[in-house]
Design a protein around this ligand. Structure first.
Ligand code: SF4
Ligand code: SF4
Length: 349
């Protein structure tokens, strides 16, 4: 948070909490973009609407239903959570601040191939950040949130697991704490990857998992990392929906695309499962799917069952709700993915 000072009625100075730094950086990004439209990768006119799971300049001053999100169980402020939230805001600021170097020199660079960089990147990430998954794809403009833009048209998509035992406690505060921990940690991962890539001569832009420029579940689905389930979250083979996602946009196609449709069968499984719909505390998962965006390159239609307004209350009150993640059979990990795939294959043969 940024503090300035004013005086109260008795003349005593008191701190005034201003908007967090990341909001100022984001506002600067949006303003710079309005002045330099030729250098941007803009949202499609029929683009997807933005999500809500983030503070943003557009929401500044508005509170979620039920008031501000808690920082701990009632009556017990949680220092670890406060620290996580500080780190989260720091990571968001850093992702915006790091791209300000492009504001003075927005012209494209000359393309130079980078043989071996993919393997180098994987080794770097595995050594420093452990079990983090990465895909690479071209970003369809329809996946950029309406009225937003990115600096570059290709995307590394990064996923990080949330702890199974903690998510199993949803909607308890401890599950929310795990959600925020991974938002914060993944923010550090993508900022670090972007800084590492820049040292290798790659112009790029990390987008914090709370940075809100693109729809990450559908983007990760296109990159072959899983498929969007009924709850709207990416279902991965390794951890089901128990992951968070964030992209790093890069200027050129330096790597082979990881795109595939191997996980598309999850849609069929969801049709017979619907557990998340039954268990959702906000009745926010509708029975009927509707088209979110049509004609999206590489992925066709993006469907949705989610009523975002109904989800917002439970999500905000518990710092992440996560009931739909907890109850999803795919969240169990181990061999669940293969086992459930087998049930669908049996049905269709
Ligand atoms: S996060 Fe909670 S309220 Fe939102 S869709 Fe999932 S279960 Fe429902
Ligand atoms: S709980 Fe069932 S319906 Fe919901 S996302 Fe998981 S598999 Fe699909």
């Amino acid at each position: 948070m940024t503090e300035s000072s004013s005086e109260n009625s008795s003349g005593t100075p008191r701190p005034v909490i201003g908007p967090p730094d990341f909001m100022k950086y984001e506002a600067r990004y949006l303003e710079w973009g309005r002045e330099h439209p030729d250098f941007l990768y803009q949202a499609h006119p029929n683009s997807i609407r933005s999500g809500f799971a983030r503070p943003s300049t557009e929401r500044a001053g508005s509170s979620p239903p039920g008031g501000a999100p808690p920082m701990g169980p009632p009556g017990r402020p949680n220092p670890a959570m406060l620290k996580t939230m500080q780190n989260l805001q720091k990571g968001m600021s850093q992702s915006w601040e790091d791209i300000e170097q492009y504001y003075d020199k927005p012209e494209p660079s000359l393309y130079e191939p980078k043989p071996g960089l993919w393997d180098e990147l994987y080794k770097f990430v595995a050594k420093k950040w452990g079990d983090v998954r990465i895909g690479f794809t071209e970003l369809p403009r329809q996946m950029i949130f309406r009225d937003k833009f990115t600096l570059f048209r290709y995307a590394l998509v990064v996923s990080q697991e949330m702890n199974k035992d903690k998510i199993a406690l949803a909607p308890d505060f401890q599950a929310g704490q795990e959600v925020m921990r991974v938002y914060s940690s993944l923010g550090m991962v993508v900022n670090d990857i972007a800084r590492w890539l820049r040292k290798k001569g790659v112009r790029c832009q990390s987008n914090h998992p709370m940075g809100g420029l693109v729809n990450t579940p559908s983007l990760a689905g296109k990159a072959g990392m899983g498929w969007q389930g009924r709850s709207g979250i990416l279902v991965t083979p390794e951890y089901g929906p128990r992951v968070r996602l964030a992209p790093v946009f890069v200027e050129y196609k330096y790597f082979e695309f990881t795109d595939n449709h191997d996980h598309e069968w999850i849609t069929e499984y969801c049709e017979q499962c619907k557990i998340c719909e039954k268990e959702c505390p906000g009745q926010a998962i509708n029975s009927k799917k509707v088209v979110n965006v049509a004609d999206v390159p590489g992925i066709n239609t993006i469907w949705t069952c989610i009523d975002r307004e109904k989800c917002l209350g439970p999500f905000s009150r518990t710092m992440g709700c996560s009931v739909c993640i907890k109850v999803c059979p795919f969240s169990q990990g181990d061999n669940t993915y293969e086992r459930l795939k087998g049930t669908i294959e049996k049905k269709t043969t």
